[in-house]
Design a protein around this ligand. Structure first.
Ligand code: TEU
Length: 547
C-alpha cells in the first residue's frame, strides 16, 4: 500500500493574526508561532499550514497579496520566517504556505501597471471588459456581495473581482501569469517550504465568453473551469512541487473534479477541501439564511465523497472548521450542556475517516464562537458587507446580529485562548479583534495537563492515526444509512488486518443502535463517555476494534 507521508499526517492550521502575539501590538506574528512550537509538537501534529503571511494591505486579511516574495511586516521579517522554519524542522514539523493564485491585491505592482493603459505590458495579467449599455459587462456577483466587476475610470473599463474590489482576478489564460506563479512556487520551495494550500484554485480558469447568468451568480461559468486541470498540471510541474503536500481549496466543486485534482497519477494536487458538508445548515443553500444542520444530508455527503474518492484513488482533506467557518462545536454540537462530548464526537467523526485531518487553531481546545453582540466587534469584510445587506433587506438589528453571530468568518478568527489571564495570554497589548466570552474556562492551560480534556482527546486521535495503519491506509464503508442520528462507518482492509467500527450520535438525545454482526465481542478503542451503554448517549462517539 502506498505510504505517502501526508496520508499519515495531521495538519494544524494557523491563522497568524490570531495565534500568538510576541511584540505587544495586539496582532499575532511569526515569532509568536515559533514560541508555541513545543505546544504543537506535544499535540503531535507534523504539518503547519500558515494562512497568508506575504505582504498585503489586509483588505481580506492577507488573501489580497501585494508582494509574493516578502513577509508582511505585521507578522515579522524574512529572518523571523527563516527562524520559524529552522525550529519547526528541528521538531519534525513541516511548513505549508497558503498561496493565493486566483487574484492579487489591487496594490500589487502588476495591477498598478495593468490599470494604467490598455496597451500596458501588464494589461492582460488581469481581466478587463468594456461595460454593456452603461453597466457592468455581465450580472455576475462577488462572493462578498455586490457586482463581480469594478469600473476603473483610468481606461473606462471594468475589471473582474470574484471577491472584494481590492482583489482583482488574474488572467490565467495568459502564459506570463502562469509562469509568474510557477516562479513564486520555486522561490518558496527553495526557502524550505514543504507544501502549499492553494486558495480557490478551482476558479482560476475563466470562460471564453462572459455571459450573464440567469440561474445564479456566475460561478457555474468559472468553477472547475475549462482549463483548470491543464493549468494545475502545468503549475505543479513548472513549480517543481510534485510529491509535496499540496491541498486545493475547491469552492462549489464536484466529486468527479476532485478525483481529477487528487488522483495520484494525475500529478495535480495531493488532496483537496470541498465544502458541501459545511452547507447542510444553509437554508435554500444560502449562507445567510439559518436552519439547523440537516444530519441526513451530512451523512449522505460524507458517504458520497468518502466512498467516491476511495474508488478512484482520490484523497480528502478532513475538516470541520477553518478561518472562513464558524466554530464546529457551536455549529454542529453544543456550546453549553454537552460542550465537551460534542467537541470530542465531532473530532472523532472525521479523524477516523479516510483522508488527512486538519485541526484549526483552538479546535483542539473546543473553542466556540465568540458570541459577539455588536457589529463593531466584527472585522471581516464579508461580515461587515452582509450586515449592511441584511439590514437593507429590512431584517431587524437583533435578527441581523443573530445571523452574523452564527455565520461570520470572524467566529473562528478570535485570539487563540492560551490561559485565563487578560486577553487569554494572546497579547500584552490590545487585541485586533475581541476574544470569545468563555476564554477564562476554555484555554490551553486548563487542558494541557488534564487527561480528560478535549485537547487530550485530540492528542489521542493524533496518536491513534500514527499507530493504527487502518486509519491512514484502510478502506471505508458507511453503515446505518437510514438512521439520521447516527454517523457510522467501518474501516478495514489495511495490511495489519485490524477493523474499526466508528459510531457517532450527532444529536443531544439518546440514539439506540444494534451492533452489526460480528462486533459483539469487539474491544473499545476510544470513546467520550467513561463506560458503555445500550444506546449512544448525547453526542456519544464509540470506536470499536477487532483483529
Ligand atoms: O475562500 C474562498 C471561499 O470560498 C470563501 O471565502 C467563501 O466564499 C466565503 O467564506 C463565503 O462564505 C478563500 C479564503 O479561504 C478566504 O479567506 C478568502 O477571503 C477568499 O478565498 C478570497 O481569497
Amino acid at each position: 500500500m502506498d505510504r505517502k507521508w501526508w496520508k499519515e499526517s495531521i495538519v494544524y492550521q494557523i491563522y497568524p493574526s490570531s495565534f500568538q502575539d510576541s511584540d505587544g501590538d495586539g496582532i499575532g506574528d511569526l515569532n509568536g508561532i515559533r514560541s508555541r512550537l513545543d505546544y504543537l509538537k506535544d499535540l503531535g501534529v507534523n504539518v503547519l499550514w500558515l494562512c497568508p503571511i506575504m505582504d498585503s494591505p489586509m483588505d481580506d486579511n492577507g488573501y489580497d497579496i501585494s508582494n509574493y516574495r516578502a513577509i508582511n511586516p505585521r507578522f515579522g521579517t524574512m529572518e523571523d520566517f527563516d527562524a520559524l522554519l529552522v525550529e519547526a524542522h528541528q521538531r519534525g514539523i513541516r511548513i505549508v504556505m497558503d498561496l493565493v493564485v486566483n487574484h492579487t491585491s489591487d496594490e500589487h505592482p502588476w495591477f498598478i501597471e495593468s490599470r494604467k493603459s490598455v496597451d500596458n505590458s501588464y494589461r492582460d495579467y488581469y481581466i478587463w471588459k468594456p461595460g454593456k449599455d452603461g453597466h457592468e459587462p455581465n450580472n455576475w456577483g462577488a462572493s462578498f456581495g455586490g457586482s463581480a466587476w469594478k469600473y476603473d475610470p483610468q481606461t473606462d473599463m471594468y475589471y473582474l473581482h470574484l471577491f472584494s474590489p481590492k482583489q482583482p482576478d488574474l488572467n490565467w489564460e495568459n502564459p506570463a501569469v502562469r509562469e509568474e506563479m510557477a516562479d513564486i512556487l520555486r522561490f518558496w520551495k527553495a526557502k524550505g517550504i514543504k507544501g502549499f494550500r492553494f486558495d480557490v484554485i478551482n476558479v482560476i480558469s475563466k470562460p471564453e465568453v462572459y455571459e450573464d447568468d440567469f440561474e445564479g451568480d456566475g460561478r457555474r461559468f468559472y468553477t472547475d473551469g475549462r482549463n483548470v486541470h491543464k493549468y494545475l498540471k502545468e503549475l505543479v510541474a513548472a513549480g517543481g512541487i510534485d510529491g509535496m503536500i499540496t491541498v486545493g481549496e475547491m469552492s462549489s466543486t464536484t466529486l468527479e473534479n476532485c478525483i481529477g485534482y487528487t488522483a495520484e497519477g494525475n500529478h495535480e494536487l495531493t488532496m483537496c477541501f470541498n465544502f458541501h458538508h459545511l452547507k447542510v445548515d444553509y437554508k435554500n443553500g444560502q449562507k445567510w439564511e439559518l436552519m439547523p444542520p440537516d444530519h441526513m444530508a451530512l451523512k449522505k455527503l460524507f458517504q458520497t465523497w468518502q466512498e467516491g474518492m476511495q474508488v478512484h484513488g482520490g484523497w480528502n482533506a478532513l475538516f470541520w472548521c477553518n478561518h472562513d467557518q464558524p466554530r464546529a462545536v457551536s455549529r454542529f454540537g453544543s456550546d453549553t450542556t454537552y460542550w465537551k462530548e460534542s467537541a470530542e464526537m465531532l473530532a472523532a467523526a472525521i479523524h477516523f475517516m479516510r483522508g488527512t485531518p486538519y485541526i484549526y487553531q483552538g479546535e483542539e481546545l473546543g473553542m466556540t464562537n465568540p458570541h459577539f453582540t455588536s457589529i463593531d466587534q466584527y472585522r471581516d469584510v464579508e461580515s461587515r458587507n452582509y450586515y449592511k445587506i441584511l439590514r437593507q433587506q429590512d431584517k431587524s438589528e437583533e435578527e441581523t446580529l443573530d445571523i452574523i453571530a452564527q455565520r461570520s468568518r470572524d467566529d473562528s478568527r478570535t485570539p487563540m485562548q492560551w490561559n485565563s489571564s487578560e486577553n487569554a495570554g494572546f497579547t500584552t497589548g490590545t487585541p485586533w479583534i475581541g476574544l470569545a466570552d468563555n476564554y477564562k474556562a476554555i484555554n490551553a492551560a486548563a487542558e494541557v495537563d488534564d487527561p480528560d480534556s478535549v485537547r487530550s482527546f485530540y492528542k489521542m486521535l493524533v496518536h491513534l492515526r500514527k499507530t493504527h495503519k487502518v486509519i491512514s491506509e484502510g478502506k471505508i464503508e458507511f453503515l446505518y444509512p437510514d438512521n439520521a442520528d447516527l454517523l457510522a462507518y467501518r474501516r478495514y482492509g489495511a495490511e495489519d488486518g485490524e477493523e474499526l467500527l466508528v459510531l457517532c450520535n450527532l444529536t443531544e438525545h439518546d440514539a439506540p443502535y444494534t451492533l452489526p454482526e460480528g462486533w459483539a465481542d469487539a474491544d473499545k478503542l476510544l470513546g467520550n463517555y467513561p463506560d458503555r451503554n445500550d444506546a449512544l448517549r448525547p453526542y456519544e462517539c464509540l470506536i470499536l476494534t477487532k483483529a
